[in-house]
Design a protein around this ligand. Sequence first.
Ligand code: UT7
Length: 384
Amino acid sequence: MANFVAGVHVAGWGAYAPSQVLTNADLERMVDTSDEWIVTRTGIRERRIAGPGETTASMATVAALRAIAVAGLDSNDIDLIIVGTLTPDYLLPSAATLVKQAIGNTRAAAMDLAAACSGFVYGYGVAHAYVSSGMARHALVVGSETMSRCTDFTDRGTCVLFGDGAGAAVLSASDEPGGAVGIELTTDTAATYSIWIPGGGGARPASTAMLASREQYMRMRGGETFKLAVRKLGSTAMAALAKAGWSLDDVDLVVPHQANSRIVDALAKSIGFPMDRIFVNIDRYGNTSAASVPIALTEAVAAGRIKQGDRIVLVAFGAGGTSGAIALQWTADPANQKRAESIDADSVKIATPDIEPANPFPPALEWLLSGTAPARATTDSGTE
Ligand code: UT7
């Protein structure tokens, strides 16, 4: 890749997961499913749910402040903010604008990026291009999602899969080589409507009829998505490796999008890569869409699975047939992660509009907060 700087490095990283846990046992009380089915078919045991006072922007801000602290920077050092999300607080303004305001940055360009579960990896690619070309010196890339707010908790084919959370990275220009050396971003239109939210956009705007037919919730053709995910994760990772001039033997750790542990198993088999060099944390978070790769990356560093000099591949697949992979050489000192220890959700204040406050917590999960078990919902037979 032609760079105007010697390297664009991951200088900071951070993640945030809300404290409310939704277990498989909780879901057994809501739809016709079982812990055994969910664990064997997906690897998921529990996922996190954003609280009534939390949004995509608030979680993104915690992760962002942590990543900026780990990088040893001030918020105002950031020149570019990209938030990958399919669940922004509002259609307007962008979540990135809210994050910029909340971190106290006055300088950066700020924008959201819509590439679903590939949002963070796509954001990484765009930020790399900005920094390597000299248009930005420090870029903040965030993946943040409140999936619980577009999930149909009567559809057992999707509601067991998704969770909420945020992760972030700061990419910085450096005179030293390292950072991303191979980037591949693609979109396969064969999967355009494999996962979609029909209502609420310009084609099917919000209306009582739209809400009555539950078009505000995500729909998915699971089997079709599964097969395409395995194929695209493999081909995209291999394309990034080819651009880096690396072979699979050179790679110390793959950090994939956490969609389903069986997808990760199938990916490992399809490219002939050992599972013990693939990071998996889906059991505790489920699929957090754009947040999954940066949450996994942050946990991998904290767990000692990434060391200075390691060669890492980040790879994701998502709705709209998006997929992306980054082959990068890690240069930051993992010990810098302790710089973020004092940053928590209380450190964050998102500017609120002058409008009647709403409680965004999913009504289907209100029972979790009160501790009263719900009546089981009538369940669809699975996916669309
Ligand atoms: O980030 C990318 C986004 N999404 C994904 O990557 C998801 C990709 N797809 C998947 O992970 C899997 O396809 C699922 C986990 C969604 C489904 O697993 P599957 O092994 O493909 O199951 P299936 O859709 O073929 O369904 C098998 C059976 C069906 O019952 P019948 O028709 O055989 O009687 C479903 O109705 O399992 C049933 N089923 C469930 N049973 C218990 C579907 N969901 C559930 C459930 N609990 N939660």
